[in-house]
Design a protein around this ligand. Structure first.
Ligand code: NAD
Length: 259
């Protein structure tokens, strides 16, 4: 299927590794020129070079912290008028809510709620003027099924989800859609870090914790980041103009409900 994206431009945040990278790669495969960012220059530049070598697209790499105003300004300076915005940042640490203070909450809100809102604010009106825009926010399966130890993530992402639900109905008339893509367990560095912590807490080997977690999923495995990136590319496609304000869950069937 031709997704109708050749020659479009995208900002993909937090994209040197994992799910952000998979979204960038899948958009590049469709001929989308990219501005990607991540905090550390070396892996980011390696990803940019990998994409340039594989696909005939321009890739601008900005090493920055996207949760800072300076970082966002640098990215927007490189690409002030993107057709596509993929919002992403690292997830907050797990823990007990009794241990979190105001600073911890502000950090989580900055990363997983206010940064995507700021980037939407900076880009959505241009998309409306040009009558094409696709915004995808990478959130988490925890939006639908909150996980106790991820309270910072549950709270911040719920705030973004509520905000998006409101504005997504205002932009779609201009062919600008805003949706959220919710990962369940995907095979990235992030899940490896979480599993290492779980293995230690349970006193089992890392590989045992990994196998147990996969066995818990109806699919019997973790998601491949490329499966996530492919869904992101479809949500950005010209064919997806009638879908807005949705929370699309990719979790191998782990969420047991019907809605
Ligand atoms: P990852 O650790 O594999 O990759 C994170 C990427 O984000 C890296 O490129 C890193 O450099 C970049 N990054 C992190 N913080 C940044 C910042 N402040 N500014 C710029 N770049 C930044 O993580 P992932 O698995 O791809 O997860 C992406 C998002 O999805 C996270 O918010 C995570 O919490 C969420 N998530 C992941 C899973 C999963 O199973 N992988 C499940 C649920 C939610």
């Amino acid at each position: 299927m031709d997704l109708g994206l050749k020659g479009k431009t995208a900002i993909v945040c937090a994209a040197s590794k994992g799910l952000g990278k998979a979204c960038a790669v899948n958009l590049a495969r469709e001929g989308v020129n990219l501005t990607i960012c991540a905090r550390t220059a070396e892996p980011l530049e390696a990803t940019a070079e990998e994409i340039r070598n594989a696909y005939d697209v321009n890739v601008t790499a900005i090493a920055c912290d996207i949760t800072s105003e300076t970082g966002r300004n640098e990215v927007l300076k490189a690409t002030p008028n993107p057709d596509i915005l993929v919002n992403n940042a690292g997830g907050p640490p797990p823990g007990d809510f009794r241990d979190w203070n105001r600073e911890d909450w502000i950090k989580a809100l900055d990363a997983n709620m206010l940064t995507p809102i700021e980037l939407i604010k900076a880009t959505v009106d241009g998309m409306i003027d040009r009558k094409f825009g696709r915004i995808v926010n990478i959130t988490s399966g925890a939006v639908k099924a909150p996980i106790d130890i991820l309270g910072l993530s549950n709270g911040a992402r719920a705030g973004l989800t509520g905000f998006v639900a409101g504005i997504a109905r205002k932009t779609v008339i201009h062919n600008v859609t805003i949706n959220n893509l919710l990962p369940g367990p995907f095979d990235t560095d992030r899940i490896a870090t979480v599993l290492k912590g779980q293995a230690k807490a349970q006193g089992v080997a890392y590989e045992t914790a990994r196998q147990n977690r996969m066995a818990d999923n109806p699919a019997g495995r973790f998601g491949d980041p490329d499966e996530f990136g492919a869904m992101c590319a479809f949500m950005c496609s010209s064919q997806a103009g009638f879908m807005t304000g949705q929370n699309i869950l990719l979790d191998g069937g782990a969420f047991p409900g019907v809605l």
